[in-house]
Design a protein around this ligand. Sequence first.
Ligand code: AMP
Ligand code: TRP
Length: 326
Amino acid sequence: MKRVFSGVQPTGNIHLGNYLGALKQFVELQDDHECIYCIVDMHAITVPQDPKVLKEHILDVAALYLAVGIDPKKSIVFVQSDVSGHAELSWILTCNSYTGELSRMTQFKDKSKNKESAPTGLFTYPVLMAADILLYDTDVVPVGNDQKQHIEICRDLAGRVNGKFPGTFVIPDGRFLKEGARIMALDDPTKKMSKSAENIHSRISLLDDPTKIKKSIMKATTDSDGVVRFDVENKPGISNLLNIYSALSGMSISDLENKYEGKGYGDFKKDLVEVVIEALTPIRNRYEEIRNSQELLDILKEGAVKADMIAQKTMKRVKENFGLGL
Ligand code: AMP
Ligand code: TRP
């Protein structure tokens, strides 16, 4: 079985885009892969965090992982900082990375724009991410398109080390979402649905209640042409809603176009509200059940033990190949 690794940052507002773009795939991959899913709290501290809020967000994301269907009997779920190998391997990889290649990362360029000086952690973020992946001899990394450059540098680092010390790392492949799977903001369908947008109606968070879901969808930006048709160029709002509808219901876009032929946006949106509520209600219920339970803590603890066993084996090999330690 191929091994899968992916990580999500512990932040609030996990939304429909994260679900359709990432979490849903995580669940599907469990059946025929050995999956390891990580809450990357050490990546989170590349920007300032309130310790109390960070702790809550770690548990929020862990509970959501389980609520969407990640099954701890099939997959390893754990918190990054609970396994020390991530930081150790990150340093070793740092010593094999170059400031030039890290300076070219668009995420770093965006986040450090117009600043005279930027936190070093933001700069070496991709190296820690490479360590996450390589620590588990990962074959496949399911991520959004925005992570392409980070996967590329991970492969470069692994290849570079293998060039010096053959057989040190497994070279992973990215598994990227199709462009169509990108969910756009409801209030501005030219932008990605994001955790950080100020307008809460720009996104549907996975834990939104039915009233909020209804409000956000009924307010969603469309166009004045009144035809339910997929056309990203000219009808980005309706196309985005069709994408969401299709992804959650399993109906194809063309079936949906036929279903709503001659009907207005009002009918279409009303049905979409039902589809979204139906998809998210079980997730919300399961989340409420598990979020404050001992079960959640036990699953994360056990996940860390299992992850650590794999990590230690890799670290032993890596240190040996590098001539580190005794
Ligand atoms: P982030 O919110 O950037 O931490 O992303 C977590 C995961 O969700 C990554 O794999 C992203 O690529 C994916 N993701 C984030 N926003 C969207 C979106 N609007 N549509 C599809 N996937 C997304
Ligand atoms: N950088 C990723 C994101 O923002 C999160 C992440 C950290 C990750 N480490 C990873 C994803 C390892 C995949 C594999 O989405």
